[in-house]
Ligand binder design. Structure first.
Ligand SMILES: [Zn+2]
Length: 286
């Protein structure tokens, strides 16, 4: 008798354990199947996109929200939906639109191939942005500012070279290699994470700035040409991509010379509301 009670108690215990933490009268339903089903069903949640492992960034929130838009096909097709409201699924299209997000947590897609066009001198941009860039530079000239590009489309290889140079510079200052990489990444995006890979970004300052400085510095913001660009860039579909007060979100230090093409509608909203691209994409749910 006692033995039976013990066995019964053990069986009940096993049943209770197998139903996990469900608070329903699960035991009385007797179905060990349904309880095990519940356990199987629950974990089939999202958690597949492992893109955003990259750097131990200090931005847990933004990296998780950005990892959503890093699923490449989605962002591409939803953009074309928004822009042209055309057929939802195009076979093997590689048009990622003008809102593609490339930042320290979102690498340029491997199959991203911009169609390039000259903007100024040796500098190329994607055809979606090139004409607007030329128009912006022309309008600035009319306003009295001679804007000079110093970077536009950049290959991943070129970025690798620039990044390595910057790392070496910091090592030369006495930084450890690990620290040098962290510091360098604040100035030069590591290969694959530079927005310049998209062909939608350009660095430009006025020629009077170049005659005083040989490098891009934060105090470019003091120049009238910067003020003009800041006020008028959105009219041509461009945004100041790395604002001073958004460094934690963009992962990039303030760059008063770096402009990114996103189209007039998005640019107007972003500049009027003082946002960065990451915030805008979150607002529109991309
Ligand atoms: Zn730049």
């Amino acid at each position: 008798m006692i033995l039976r009670k013990i066995i019964l108690a053990v069986l009940v215990g096993v049943l209770v354990l197998s139903t996990g933490c469900s608070k329903e009268p699960a035991v009385s339903e007797s179905s060990s199947e349904s309880s095990s089903n519940q356990i199987i069903i629950t974990p089939t949640e999202p958690s597949e996109s492992s893109e955003s492992e990259q750097e131990p960034s200090s931005e847990p929130e933004s990296s998780s929200s950005e990892s959503e838009s890093s699923s490449e096909e989605e962002s591409g097709s939803s953009e074309s939906r928004a822009e042209t409201s055309s057929e939802p699924e195009e076979p093997a299209e590689k048009d990622y639109g003008t809102l593609i997000l490339v930042n320290p947590w979102n690498y340029i897609p491997e199959d991203y191939v911009p169609e390039l066009e000259k903007v100024q001198g040796k500098y190329n941009m994607d055809i979606k942005a090139a004409e607007s860039a030329r128009n912006l530079v022309a309008a600035a000239k009319e306003a009295g500012f001679n804007m000079q590009l110093c970077s536009a489309y950049r290959t991943v290889e070129k970025s690798a070279q620039l990044y390595a140079n910057k790392v070496n510079q910091y090592i030369g200052y006495g930084y450890s290699e690990a620290d040098a990489k962290v510091e360098a990444a604040k100035w030069v995006a590591p290969p694959g994470t530079s927005e310049h890979h998209t062909g939608l970004a350009m660095d430009l300052v006025s020629s009077d700035y170049w005659s005083y400085y040989s490098d891009l510095e934060h105090d470019y913001e003091k120049f009238d040409s910067f003020k003009w660009m800041y006020e008028h860039c959105a009219e041509f579909g461009f945004i100041l991509r790395y604002p001073k007060d958004k460094q934690d979100i963009t992962g990039i230090t303030y760059e008063p010379w770096h402009y990114r093409y996103v189209g007039v509608e998005a640019a107007t909203y972003i500049m009027e509301n003082g946002l960065c691209l990451e915030e805008y994409l979150e607002i529109i749910g991309k």
